[in-house]
Write a protein that binds this ligand. Structure first.
Ligand code: ZN
Length: 216
């Protein structure tokens, strides 16, 4: 069996799919087993919230808790295996030029914005709304939203266990590659948050590209 972790895409010219996701917008695509998705933080300091579902049975989906338990550490970085609620590896991080990704701090919502930042922020667009819109394309609803990944989001955890969202460290053009170990519905919310520093208070576009697995 081919070790999918060895798959490494070449130049973007070889990609089978390329797309710029506008600021504050959702996106999704079925990623076939062996394909690699690259997410590029085009302008830097942009959090990218993400969820994964097994394409054959979306009841199997990304599990932040199982992912952290299996790897025994708190951050998502090169080599991290993204594990499902059934304990199977859905995908893995096969390249990373940023070095810091989160899966502890969840996604923003109108409700949490109101609690954290005041009632006046309740009507701002949020990741939860992006997820609801994008999941509807796959027959899924808000009941299917689980604890998510936050690519390029900087949430340092201090020795006492406290953590908070701080300024992102990703530079313009930083990227992360995710190679699928099964067919997955990959869902993204390009985070619209403007009340904390996860997007540098200025949400910006991101870019995605997909490569087929290298020929055997
Ligand atoms: Zn968000």
């Amino acid at each position: 069996m081919t070790d999918l972790a060895t798959a490494s895409p070449g130049s973007e010219a070889g990609a089978v799919y390329r797309h710029d996701i506008p600021a504050e917008s959702p996106w999704s695509r079925v990623l076939k087993r062996g394909q690699t998705l690259r997410i590029v933080d085009s302008e830097g300091q942009q959090a990218v919230d993400a969820l994964l579902y097994c394409a054959d049975d979306p009841a199997e989906r990304y599990s932040a808790q199982d992912t952290l338990r299996v790897q025994g550490s708190a951050y998502i970085d090169l080599g991290t295996r993204l594990v499902s609620n059934k304990g199977r590896v859905m995908a893995r991080i096969t390249a990373d030029s940023c070095g810091r990704h989160d899966t502890s701090a969840g996604c923003c919502s109108c409700e949490s914005n109101a609690v954290r930042f005041g009632e006046s922020t309740k009507y701002q667009h949020a990741c939860r709304e992006n997820f609801i819109m994008e999941l509807s394309k796959h027959g899924l609803t808000k009941r299917d939203i689980v604890a998510n990944l936050n690519f390029f989001m900087n949430v340092p955890i201090d020795p006492s266990g406290n953590f908070t969202v701080v300024d992102g460290i990703s530079a313009p053009g930083n990227y992360v590659d995710i190679t699928a170990d099964m067919d997955v519905i990959f869902v993204i919310s390009n985070c619209p948050q403007v009340n904390n520093p996860c997007n540098g208070f200025n949400p910006t576009p991101i870019r995605v590209a997909i490569w087929d697995p290298p020929a055997l």
